[in-house]
Design a protein around this ligand. Structure first.
Ligand SMILES: Nc1nc2c(ncn2[C@@H]2O[C@H](COP(=O)(O)OP(=O)(O)OP(=O)(O)O)[C@@H](O)[C@H]2O)c(=O)[nH]1
Ligand code: SF4
Ligand SMILES: [Mg+2]
Length: 411
């Protein structure tokens, strides 16, 4: 699954050698290479293991220097890869580094995305000292590359070293915020109801990841459906350190949880791991300030056929209306259709984004914040609608305090 890999995008002018680099790294003819500028018109991606980074997804994009040749949809696709890249590879040829390249760097810096520069086709032209010096103003991470004469092993080793240097500390380690809450040998009860929306024979991604995090922490998970929750509590000799409930049953589970046992939801841990929990709870607070005529955007990161009890299409609109007691206009988007103009929305309720990587989720969050629109996620808003939000945020004291302050300020 792409969301769990380090995503690396290759960007640069047409014909600079992006597809050649993609094929060189993957050692396969994944992308079409040709001397005709604008050969790659659609994003091409390939997953591979690049230890110690683990699984990576490499994206070859369309060069977007000559926009007249490309439809806006394709430019959009390249931009989307840019937004979700954990690392940007900017390719240029020796001696040619102009506004186009500088703009890519500016954009990467704005998004706090680490980047490296690859100078291509060095068999044809070696970069001179003055050129290298001019690039070092931007970064020390500059690689010289030739797809014709390059040594793959040597280049990959250098690439890995550079990637590890530019990625933030602990990036490739497990970064679940659960590790701040759960310690070795602790017991955690996971409440995972199976309902109509649960895919047959499967466990959904956020739950699978949570189980894995708990295993990594050498803690013990006790997994039950909501109906068996009380039995699980009785069976345990010691109370669990934490209960993590599916948001949809959190009210009932919270009511059955004895005082002193901490409870939270998969969505809250997910928001902390994949985005910014503090911003997400500000968005949750905004749900308490909805007025007649406000527009709420419900955004899902993937498309699926809505069932009769679909959360986004059916349940959330109902809960928003019941909770706010206002006439609210709801708009939906799904898949990659995240609107460019967000400013007219009162609040955005985003899905957990299990198919998105952390970078993409951040990019969506930042676009909302830039437009001045609060954003939250499905599960957090469900906890608001069920009046258990403050209880389930106790495991994140800073977020709880921000929630309370934001609420006070808007009331
Ligand atoms: N001599 C030499 N030629 C190269 C090298 N890398 C790429 N080329 C040639 O440059 C041309 C463009 O290479 P591509 O890899 O298709 O470039 P691209 O950036 O993907 O181009 P677009 O998809 O059109 O944007 C092809 O003719 C390649 O054979 C290199 O390292 N040395
Ligand atoms: S809608 Fe969002 S949370 Fe649901 S499956 Fe798709 S990406 Fe995951
Ligand atoms: Mg190409």
């Amino acid at each position: 699954m792409k969301a769990l890999t380090v995503q690396i995008g290759i960007f640069g002018r047409t014909n600079v050698g992006k597809s050649s680099l993609m094929n060189f790294i993957t050692n396969q003819k994944v992308s079409i290479v040709s001397e005709i500028a604008g050969t790659t018109t659609d994003v091409v991606w390939k997953q591979m293991e690049l230890n110690p980074l683990g699984p990576i997804t490499l994206f070859d994009t369309a060069g977007i220097d000559d926009t007249s040749l490309l439809g806006s949809e394709r430019i959009e696709k390249t931009k989307r890869v840019f937004d979700s890249s954990d690392i940007v590879i900017l390719m240029c040829e020796s001696g040619k580094f102009e506004d186009f390249e500088e703009d890519i760097i500016k954009e990467a810096e704005k998004m706090k995305t680490p980047y490296v520069i690859v100078i291509s086709k060095i068999d044809l032209k070696q970069p001179d000292d003055a050129f290298l010096k001019s690039l070092k103003r931007f970064t020390q991470h500059i690689l010289l590359f030739s797809s014709v004469t390059g040594n793959r092993d040597g280049f990959l080793n250098f690439l890995k070293k550079v990637f590890l240097e530019v990625l933030p500390d602990n990036y490739i380690e497990d970064y679940s915020s659960l590790r701040k809450i759960v310690k070795k040998n602790d017991t955690v009860i996971l409440v995972m109801p199976i309902d109509l929306g649960t895919p047959r024979g499967k466990i959904i991604m956020p739950q699978v990841q949570m189980i894995r995090y708990i295993l990594d922490l050498h803690a013990v998970s006790y997994i039950v459906q909501d109906i068996e929750y009380e039995m699980a509590l009785k069976n345990l000799k010691e109370p669990p350190v934490l209960v993590i409930a599916d948001s949809q049953v959190v009210r009932q589970i919270s009511a059955k949880t004895p005082k002193g046992i901490r409870i939270t939801t998969f969505s809250i841990i997910y928001a902390a791991d994949k985005s910014d929990i503090v911003e997400m709870v500000k968005g949750a607070a905004a749900l308490n300030n909805i007025k007649d005529g406000d527009k709420v955007l419900i955004a899902e990161a993937c498309t699926h056929h809505a069932t009769a009890d679909d959360i986004g299409r059916i349940k959330l609109p109902k809960w928003i209306a019941e909770y706010s007691k206002k006439n609210v206009e709801i708009e939906y988007v799904s898949g990659q259709d995240y609107p460019k103009d967000l400013k007219d929305y009162k609040v955005i309720i985003h899905c957990g984004g299990c198919t998105l990587n952390r970078k993409s989720m951040f990019s969506r969050l930042n676009k909302a914040l830039e437009a001045g629109v609060p954003i939250t996620n499905y599960g957090i808003s469900i906890s608001v609608f069920n009046s258990v939000i403050e209880k389930v945020l106790e495991v994140f004291p800073e977020a709880l305090s921000v929630y309370k302050t934001t609420l006070k300020n808007i009331r």
